[in-house]
Design a protein around this ligand. Structure first.
Ligand SMILES: [Zn+2]
Length: 277
């Protein structure tokens, strides 16, 4: 029997991503702050459709905006790990990464009563230590890698990579990898970012982006009997009015096409049973 699962995931960064990049001036900070009010309208949209989702919440957001995070929990959504300070692990020493990971998990435990089951790295850049540290924290899944699309796999550790030599894959761990891709992330499609090095134009038509996201679901239905499709959104990005309208249209279309909306925690457990069986 065909089963096509959709995980709606929200990276609730608020100001943390801007601060991690050193953008402390009022306007970039306010851009992240918009996520706080936008989270309320997203929660309403999900509640109207009885959809459970997963929120990757940095410890920064939990401690800066507790009421908004309590509303996520009250809505029955999963709270997952997204670091404390939104510094990409690839930029941290092992000790720095471990300390930040533990601090964020303590904040999640205080908010929800239990530690996170899943993790997504800030800016999707794992370090060579991340998988080890996640296993040490008792995580069940990671959602930061792009080596698959609809079919989760075991996360590996210890890949050997050297310029001029073939890649040698390391060993499988028992951490489930829930694949992601920038093409199903709202940020590069919509956000206008100008730095000294580059300009990301963003600002695309929300309806066009949602059409592409819909086509990805259609292709999953066409090619696999069972699969999981993960969309990644940020409240301060998707929460703008015309984007919300387009998102609502996508959610209704998916529901009409028998998409099964699940938290990533539940979807990862289903994936684990299949990978183990
Ligand atoms: Zn983030």
């Amino acid at each position: 029997m065909a089963r096509h699962i959709v995980c709606l995931t929200f990276d609730f960064d608020t100001e943390s991503g801007f601060i991690a990049r050193g953008w402390y001036s009022p306007t970039p900070l306010s851009r992240g702050e918009f996520g706080v009010m936008a989270s309320g309208r997203i929660l309403r949209t999900l509640k109207e459709r009885d959809i459970s989702s997963t929120w990757f919440v940095p410890g920064f957001t939990i401690e800066s905006h507790p009421a908004a995070c309590e509303a996520v929990v009250a809505g029955g959504h999963e709270v997952a790990h997204h670091s404390w300070a939104h510094v990409p692990p690839a930029q941290q020493s092992r000790d720095e990464e471990a300390e930040d990971m533990g601090r964020a998990n303590r904040a999640i435990e205080k908010l929800t009563g239990k530690k996170a089951r899943g993790y997504r790295s800030p800016s999707w850049d794992l370090s060579e230590n991340t998988i080890d540290l996640l296993i040490g924290e008792g995580m069940e899944y990671d959602s930061s890698l792009m080596g698959s699309d609809y079919l989760p796999a075991w996360a590996r550790r210890g890949d050997a990579v050297k310029l001029g030599e073939p890649i040698r894959y390391g060993e499988n761990t028992d951490l489930v990898e829930m694949p992601i891709t920038w093409s199903l992330d709202d940020f590069p499609h919509f956000e206008f970012v100008r730095t000294a090095e580059a300009t990301l134009p963003g600002l695309q038509s929300a309806r066009h982006v949602m059409d592409s996201w819909w086509d990805e679901f259609v292709y999953m239905q066409k090619t696999v009997e069972w699969g999981i499709l993960t969309y990644t959104m940020h409240p301060y990005v998707i929460g703008r009015g015309y984007r919300m309208l387009a998102l609502e249209g996508l959610l209704d279309r998916l529901a009409d096409a028998d998409a099964i909306f699940m938290t990533m925690e539940d979807a990862a457990r289903e994936a684990r049973r299949r990978l183990s069986g």
